[in-house]
Design a protein. Sequence first.
Length: 69
Amino acid sequence: MQTEESAKPLLYKAFDHLGRYLNFMGKHVEAVQAWEDGLKVLEDSGLDSDKLINWIHTAIQAARITHRQ
C-alpha cells in the first residue's frame, strides 16, 4: 500500500485525466475514456478505498470550479 506522499505523482496523473474528462464533455467517447483512465490510475495506486473516494470527490470538485472559471 502506498502512502499519501508517494502517491502524489499518481494523483496528479489522475487529476489530469479527470480534467481532460471535463474538456471532452462535448465529445462523449473521449470523455468516457478520459474518465476511465483517471479511475484506472487511482485503482492501480494501491491506496485504500476511503482515500480513493475522498480524492475522486476532491478532483471532481476542483475540476468543476476550474471549468466554471
